[in-house]
Design a binder for this molecule. Structure first.
Ligand code: GLC
Ligand code: MG
Length: 241
């Protein structure tokens, strides 16, 4: 794949997807650009679920697809899994021990997933999630803990997460000085919104993102979903045609 010079890295649910009119407007805008804008989808879904959404919503095929909250990276038209990232994510990864620690906590239910690249749960509010976080810390099990939408717990290998996966992608495939925009709406997007590139929080974002204080390069859109992405792209890189 050629090095990318313009890039939108976006979460799917509640960010790129959620407002059909805004989505079509954003895609028309990108199609009219003289220089192509590469698309990286960065989602909490597993691969099959992400592909289903791409089909259902008639989204353009991405140049790269990051799934499972950053636990897997797929490249190019064939969406081939990146072996180096995958090897990195297998180091010190103890999914069974993590599931064991969670199994005795009331208010926590395991999510059914096709593989154990990550271990995810539903938490009845923040307390059970906090309890699990504490147990994993006390046991010294290496992991990355991500809580979002007041409900979803994703536990990934240490060094995982959307931010780290996207950092890896930009180092490997993106030119220095490229136009980059990163877009998100919930807690699992927090670490990619703060890796140091221009970023947007769409107007419909979860309250957990309001804790992110104002910082340079972080744009808070007044429009929801894809309309907010367009607003931010124009803010950073020009005006709509
Ligand atoms: C998506 C995934 C779910 C994950 C959540 C938060 O809803 O389907 O498994 O826990 O995102 O990342
Ligand atoms: Mg989202």
């Amino acid at each position: 794949m050629q090095k990318i010079r313009r890039l939108l890295a976006t979460d799917l649910d509640g960010t790129l997807v959620g407002d059909e009119d805004g989505l079509r407007e954003l895609l028309r805008y990108y199609e009219a650009q003289p220089d192509p804008v590469a698309l990286v989808y960065v989602t909490g879904r597993h691969r099959a679920s992400a592909e289903e959404l791409i089909r259902e919503e008639r989204l353009p095929d991405p140049d790269l697809l990051i799934t499972d909250v950053g636990a897997a990276i797929f490249e190019g038209t064939g969406l081939v899994e990146d072996p180096d990232w995958s090897a990195r994510m297998s180091q010190d990864w103890q999914p069974d021990q993590i599931a064991d620690e969670a199994s005795g906590i009331p208010g926590i239910t395991r999510q059914e997933l096709p593989d154990n690249r990550r271990v995810s749960f539903y938490s009845e509010g923040p307390e059970p999630a906090g309890e699990l976080r504490e147990r994993l810390r006390a046991k010294g099990i290496p992991h990355t803990f991500i809580f979002s939408s007041g409900r979803d717990i994703d536990i990934l290998p240490a060094g995982g997460g959307k931010g780290e996966a996207l950092r890896y992608v930009t180092e490997k495939w993106v030119e220095d000085g490229a136009d980059i925009l990163i877009a998100g709406d919930s807690g699992n997007d927090r670490d990619m919104l703060t890796i140091g590139h221009p970023s947007v929080i769409v107007a419909n974002a979860q309250p957990e993102l309001s804790e992110l204080g104002a910082r340079e390069g972080l744009f808070r859109a007044s429009r929801p979903c894809a309309g907010g992405i367009l607003e931010a792209w124009c803010h950073f890189y020009g005006n709509p045609k």
